[in-house]
Design a binder for this molecule. Structure first.
Ligand SMILES: NC(=O)c1ccc[n+]([C@@H]2O[C@H](COP(=O)([O-])OP(=O)(O)OC[C@H]3O[C@@H](n4cnc5c(N)ncnc54)[C@H](O)[C@@H]3O)[C@@H](O)[C@H]2O)c1
Ligand SMILES: [Fe+2]
Length: 402
């Protein structure tokens, strides 16, 4: 019998549904009188933003808008936000946009509460206590950051992006309104949906750690568990059904809603279970190719699943069954899950190989070595990974060998 172990960490409140962005004013007013709203130039110029600011004012909340968030969140844009808005002393920080804007809200709240520099929080469990409450509102169906204990940033002093992981970073409130994703062009829909799929599959196939009293207290990411499994499978099912629909017709609100549900569920899953090899390898690949996170992780995903298959056959078989593969031979079902994942990624335009993503062959060694630095992700992989094993995955993913 596998151990019946579970950890659930989530926002205090998750509000989901079309039009629910209009709950923002009342949700913030319950938490304080002054709010800093972090977004980017695109969303700042939208009518939805103007309506949300009017709603905040109508609820008696004074709002300061920061619209300088840059994609992939370079540290310079975080400094700029703190410098220009820190003296405003917000009671609540709102992040509205893709993962970059939500992560901005988490990190600005962290800095305003505990002071910098940010690098003292890099890693796990380094945040000393609660932060100013964050309200997160996604406009992509991808990162799940509205529900996760993670924020990712680009530190110009380092080659790779860095993460800060702490349960204190989980937003107080998540407001998920799929109407905000209707403007996502197909390329963004694809790469953010593929990021969510990778979160869900890596969480569902994550390692199971030996259960001890310390497991939930010493690790942010505790590995595969009862609760993460539920969220991960729900996300996988929804993405296979609805991502092709949203790609075919971006105005399909039912599909947009189910993708929002999927990315949130995937966030709840990987926020406790953790992700693994595809995420570890994407960091150096992204640094070299300057390609979006979602493209890199999804390009790697089928190769990582194939490498792990022998160690997680029952899990991959369960995924296969969930997405409609037929039969009762676990190995066949597991292979079916990998095949369908590969063809979904191809259908939505994810590059088939790391070469297609623009990674030069002479960098494969460097990528393998750098991947090993993400020890947390490497150790979360269900099949043991040494640098030679990573090199094997990287070579296959570069040459397109399945
Ligand atoms: N915190 C987490 O748990 C977590 C998880 C995965 C990834 N991330 C991070 O999130 C970031 C990526 O986030 P993302 O993929 O959501 O993209 P993003 O926030 O970086 O935005 C990418 C681009 O899409 C645009 N955009 C966003 N919403 C749009 C919409 N509705 N319509 C049209 N354009 C829109 C933005 O303006 C921007 O130009 C990366 O920095 C990644 O490392 C964080
Ligand atoms: Fe991701």
């Amino acid at each position: 019998m596998t151990s019946q172990f579970g950890v659930m960490r989530a926002p205090q409140s998750i509000v989901f549904g079309n039009g629910q962005r209009r709950a923002l004013g009342q949700a913030v007013a319950r938490l304080g009188k002054r709010t800093l709203v972090c977004t980017d130039q695109r969303f700042a110029a939208s009518t939805e933003m103007a309506e949300m600011l009017a709603d905040l004012a109508a609820c008696g909340v004074e709002a300061r808008l920061f619209s300088g968030t840059l994609a992939e969140l370079p540290a310079s844009s975080i400094d700029e936000c703190v410098e220009s808005c820190g003296n405003f002393r917000p009671d609540v920080v709102v992040g509205v946009g893709g993962g970059s804007c939500m992560d901005m809200a988490k990190l600005v709240s962290l800095l305003l509460t505990h002071g910098g520099p940010l690098d003292r929080f890099y890693g796990e469990f380094k945040v000393p206590g609660p932060i100013i409450p964050v309200v997160a509102i996604p406009t992509t169906a991808g990162t799940g950051s509205e529900a996760t204990p993670v924020a990712v940033l680009g530190d110009s002093k380092r080659d790779l992006k860095v993460g800060i992981s702490s349960p204190y970073l989980i937003p107080h409130t998540a407001i998920c309104d799929a109407e905000l994703t209707l403007t996502c062009p197909p390329g963004l829909t694809a790469l953010s949906g593929a990021d969510a799929l990778t979160h869900a599959i890596e969480a569902y196939t994550a390692v199971r750690h030996p259960v001890s009293a310390g497991l939930s207290q010493e690790r942010v990411f505790v590995g595969k568990n009862l609760f993460s499994d539920q969220h991960a499978l729900a996300a996988i099912k929804a993405i296979f059904e609805y991502l092709p629909r949203a790609m075919a017709d971006g105005s399909d609100l039912e599909a947009r809603g189910m993708l929002m549900f999927a990315s949130l569920s995937a966030g709840l899953a990987f926020g406790t279970a953790g992700t693994a090899a595809a995420h570890a390898i994407q960091y150096p690949v992204g640094a070299l190719t300057h390609t979006a996170h979602g493209l890199g992780v999804a390009c790697l995903l089928p190769y990582v699943m194939a490498y792990n298959a022998g160690a997680v056959t029952p899990e991959l078989a369960a995924i296969g069954t969930a997405i409609g593969c037929k039969g009762d031979d676990p190995v066949e079902l597991a292979m079916g899950a990998i095949r369908r994942t590969r063809s979904l990624c191809e259908d939505i335009g994810i590059p088939r190989t790391l070469a297609d993503l623009g990674l030069p062959e002479e960098k494969l060694g460097w990528v393998s070595e750098q991947s090993m630095l993400s020890a947390r992700l490497i150790n979360n992989n269900p099949r043991k990974l040494g640098v030679d094993d990573v090199a094997h995955i990287v070579r296959n993913a570069h040459a397109g060998v399945h």
